[in-house]
Write a protein that binds this ligand. Structure first.
Ligand code: C2E
Ligand code: MG
Ligand code: MG
Ligand code: MG
Length: 285
């Protein structure tokens, strides 16, 4: 290893850390071929309207079916793909798949309101010059209207964002694509800064939802969420909550005025057909 020649300080490395580094290295080098061989797949998790319980959309969440390690979650490989730049073609692939899935759902459900699709964007994709054109092309090829798509960008990716970084998001928002601020409340963004961002949805981080596990919830948590919701609504932003695991959480978040929810209480991420069934049951009932 590179360091061992330089002295003996690194000789007594932690074998577990070594194993992790080797796996990381192996995964990183395997990423491009995995994309070519079609080892990635997408699960969809429904987004449910808290007012009427209807399925309004789904978030696309990528997974890697690794030939040796089995199914790997995005936390295992997205950071690696970001590091090597593979996130750009991988992210484009996810967008293509998700938009095509939205087209299929719509074809199968006739002319009821289309199920909308949420796709996560990495900071690297934001700075990639092809983002707007790629998105336009993908939507046009599938014949899907921009309003069916919501792109999720984390709050931390936009902290201190200058105008150059916001320009592509503005273009997309002007076309009718929704932009959501993901994991909201975990960063240190200036709330007043929200006005400057071309976002139409706040996705409240799971840490807030966790505070609602007890009924009644911690009064301070309630106040914080209440404040965020009223601020969001006054800026014309919709509020989605992630990580809803119990009915008590769902009920309290509904009472606090949150618009949409996502979490295991409704459904775990799963194959596209399951979502179609959920949405159909919903449309029929
Ligand atoms: P995220 O965008 O905040 O997605 C929500 C995560 O919470 C997902 O984890 C989802 O499976 C999980 N989750 C949903 N409901 C619950 C619940 O009730 N309880 C708990 N404990 N967890 C819940 P997942 O699928 O492991 O994804 C992790 C992160 O990876 C995502 O966080 C997102 O930031 C990133 N990611 C996933 N797919 C993509 C992608 O295609 N591109 C990029 N750039 N990032 C992605
Ligand atoms: Mg997300
Ligand atoms: Mg999120
Ligand atoms: Mg999250």
């Amino acid at each position: 290893r590179a360091k061992s020649a330089g002295g003996n300080r690194f000789e007594l490395a932690d074998p577990e850390a070594d194993a992790r580094a080797i796996t990381r290295h192996g995964l990183t080098t395997a990423l491009p071929a995995a994309l070519e061989r079609g080892e990635f797949f997408i699960e969809y998790q429904p987004l449910v309207h808290l007012g009427d319980g209807g399925v309004r959309g789904a978030e696309a969440l990528v997974r890697w079916l690794h030939p040796q390690h089995g199914v790997l979650g995005p936390d295992r490989f997205i950071p690696l793909a970001e590091h090597t730049g593979l996130i750009v073609p991988l992210g484009r692939w996810v967008l293509e798949q998700a938009v095509d899935q939205a087209r299929q759902w719509r074809e199968r459900s006739g002319d009821t309101d289309p199920v909308r699709i949420n796709v996560n964007l990495s900071p690297c994709q934001l700075t990639h010059p092809g983002l707007v054109q790629d998105t336009v092309d993908i939507l046009e090829r599938a014949g899907v209207e921009p309003r069916v798509l919501c792109l999720e960008v984390t709050e931390s990716a936009l902290i201190g964002a200058d105008d150059d970084l916001l320009k592509p998001l503005r273009r997309l928002a002007e076309m009718g694509v929704d932009i959501a601020l993901d994991d909201f409340g975990t960063g240190y963004s200036n709330l007043a800064n929200l006005r400057r961002l071309p976002v139409s949805v706040l996705k409240l981080d799971r840490s807030f939802t966790q505070g609602m596990q007890q009924f009644p919830a911690d009064p301070v948590d309630l106040k914080i969420v209440e404040g965020i919701v009223s601020l969001a609504h006054s800026l014309d932003l919709a509020v989605t909550v992630e990580g809803v695991e119990t009915g008590a959480q769902a009920e309290q978040l509904r009472l606090l005025g949150c618009d949409t929810a996502q979490g295991w209480y409704y459904a775990r991420p799963g194959p596209p057909d399951r979502l179609h069934e959920l949405a159909l049951v919903d449309a029929a009932g």
